[in-house]
Design a protein around this ligand. Structure first.
Ligand code: SAH
Length: 396
C-alpha cells in the first residue's frame, strides 16, 4: 500500500482527529484517485488510513485513525450502520420522514452524504474516496436503513468537480425502487414535495428543519416576508402558525412553482400567500422605496462564501440584505437571519449583524440562535462541519 509521509508537525491535526490532510502537509507520497493510502508522520509513526485525492487541495481524507484497522467494505458498512443507528430517534419519534442518515466527516465517512426522503435515499459522493466506496455504502444502506425503498445519487456538486469526478449526469438511480418525480415528505404538520432529481442539494434543505419550526411559531398574526424561500419552507411554517400574510421571494421560478404546490398540500386557511420571482437584493430595495413593512422577515440566502478568500465579499452581501431587512421591520418585529457559508464564522456573522443594526439606527435583541439539526451533527474534531448559523433578532 502507498505510504503518504507528512511534513514535521503535521501529525498534530490527525491526533485531534481531523480527517483532512491538506496538500501542503504532505512531504512524500503519490497514489491514484481514491486509492487507500497509509498515512505516517515525518518520523515514520503510523497514523491511520485514508483515501487519496490527487487533484484536490484536500489530498487525503482519513477514514481510519487506527494503524491496526485498514478500511475495507466491512469497515464502511459498520460506519454506515452506526450513523443510521444514531438516528434511531428520528425513525421512532416520527416527527418527520425526511432526515439525513449520513453526514460525511462528522459520521466518519468523509465525502459521503445520505438523505432519506420517505425512505428514498439520495446520496452525494463528493470525494474521490467516497466515489471509490460507493458500492459498499449503497449495499450497507440497503441492509441497515430501516425503511429503505431505493437508493439514488446526485452528482452535480462543486466538490465532485474539484476532486476530478464526473458531474455531467446530475442524477443516477443506483438500487431498489426508483423515486417518484416528486416525493411527499412531512415535518411536523407541514408537508412538502421534494424533487430529488432537479432540486437543490439532494432536493431539500433538511438542515433548516428546527429553524423552520422555531421561526414559524413566532408568526401568528404576522405579515411575513420569506426571502430566499426555495420551495416555501419557512413561509409554510408561518402559514401553519396563523400568519396574516406570507410573501415568498426567490429568484428561481421552479422553486416557487413547487412552493405553490406545497401550499396546496395544506388545508385552506386565512393566510394571504404571495409569490414573487425576484432578486432579494432588489426586492428589499423596492419594499424600502414603497414604504412596505413587515412583522417577520426571514433571510436564508445561499452560500455567499465557499472559501476563506471570499469571506470579505460575502460579508458585504450579508450586511446589505440584513441592513435593508432591519429597516423594513415594524416595532417588535422579528428578523430570522442565516448564513450557511462554512467559511463565515459565527463571530463574524454576529459582527456583521451588529454593524447592520448600527447603520439601520435600530436596537435589536437576540432571542435565539439556531444551527443545523441533530441529523447534521458536527464532530468535535471537525469544526468545519458547523456551517449553518442562525440568529433570531427582535427589533425594539
Ligand atoms: N429557506 C429555504 C432554503 C433557501 S436556499 C428552505 O427552508 O427550504 C436559498 C434559495 O435562495 C434558493 O432557493 C435560491 O434559488 C435562492 N436565491 C439565490 N440567490 C438569490 C437571489 N439573489 N435572490 C433571490 N433568491 C435567490
Amino acid at each position: 500500500m502507498t505510504r503518504v509521509i507528512l511534513k514535521p508537525g503535521r501529525e498534530r491535526s490527525v491526533a485531534r482527529r481531523h480527517p483532512w490532510i491538506l496538500s501542503g502537509a504532505v512531504a512524500e507520497g503519490d497514489a491514484a484517485c481514491g486509492e487507500t493510502v497509509e498515512v505516517v508522520s515525518s518520523a515514520g509513526a503510523p497514523l491511520g488510513y485514508g483515501s487519496f485525492s490527487p487533484q484536490s487541495q484536500i489530498r487525503v481524507r482519513l477514514l481510519s485513525f487506527d494503524p491496526a484497522v485498514v478500511p475495507d467494505a466491512a469497515f464502511i458498512a459498520d460506519k454506515v450502520a452506526a450513523a443510521i443507528a444514531r438516528r434511531a430517534d428520528f425513525f421512532v419519534r416520527g416527527e418527520t420522514n425526511a432526515f439525513r442518515l449520513v453526514n460525511a466527516e462528522s459520521d466518519g465517512l468523509s465525502g459521503v452524504v445520505v438523505d432519506s426522503y420517505a425512505g428514498h435515499l439520495v446520496c452525494q459522493f463528493t470525494s474521490a474516496g467516497a466515489e471509490q466506496w460507493k458500492e459498499a455504502v449503497v449495499a450497507a444502506l440497503q441492509k441497515f436503513a430501516p425503511d429503505c425503498r431505493g437508493v439514488s445519487e446526485r452528482c452535480d456538486n462543486k466538490s465532485r468537480a474539484r476532486e476530478g469526478l464526473p458531474t455531467d449526469v446530475p442524477f443516477r438511480h443506483l438500487a431498489g425502487a426508483e423515486p417518484p418525480e416528486l416525493i411527499e415528505i412531512f415535518e411536523g404538520e407541514v408537508a412538502f414535495l421534494v424533487d430529488v432529481r432537479k432540486g437543490h442539494k439532494t432536493g431539500f434543505y433538511l438542515d433548516q428543519r428546527e429553524a423552520r419550526r422555531l421561526v414559524g411559531a413566532l408568526a401568528n398574526g404576522a405579515d411575513v416576508l420569506n426571502c430566499f424561500s426555495y420551495t416555501g419552507g419557512f413561509g409554510l411554517f408561518a402559514r401553519a402558525a396563523g400568519a396574516a400574510s406570507v410573501t415568498q421571494v426567490d429568484v428561481s421560478a421552479d422553486a416557487l412553482a413547487l412552493a405553490r404546490k406545497n401550499e396546496a398540500l395544506a388545508h385552506l386557511c386565512g393566510t394571504k400567500m404571495d409569490y414573487v420571482e425576484a432578486d432579494v437584493f432588489q426586492y428589499l430595495r423596492a419594499c424600502r422605496d414603497a414604504g412596505r413593512t413587515f412583522d417577520l422577515i426571514v433571510l436564508d440566502p445561499p452560500k455567499f462564501a465557499e472559501f476563506k478568500s471570499q469571506v470579505m465579499r460575502a460579508a458585504r452581501g450579508y450586511k446589505d440584505i440584513n441592513l435593508l431587512a432591519m429597516k423594513l421591520l415594524r416595532p417588535n418585529g422579528i428578523l430570522a437571519t442565516f448564513s450557511c457559508s462554512g467559511a463565515m464564522t459565527g463571530e463574524l456573522f454576529d459582527k456583521i449583524l451588529a454593524e447592520a443594526a448600527a447603520d439601520a439606527r435600530r436596537d435589536f435583541q437576540m432571542i435565539a440562535r439556531t444551527r443545523q439539526g441533530a441529523d447534521h451533527p458536527v464532530a468535535l474534531g471537525f469544526p468545519e462541519g458547523l456551517y449553518l448559523k442562525g440568529v433570531i433578532l427582535r427589533a425594539l
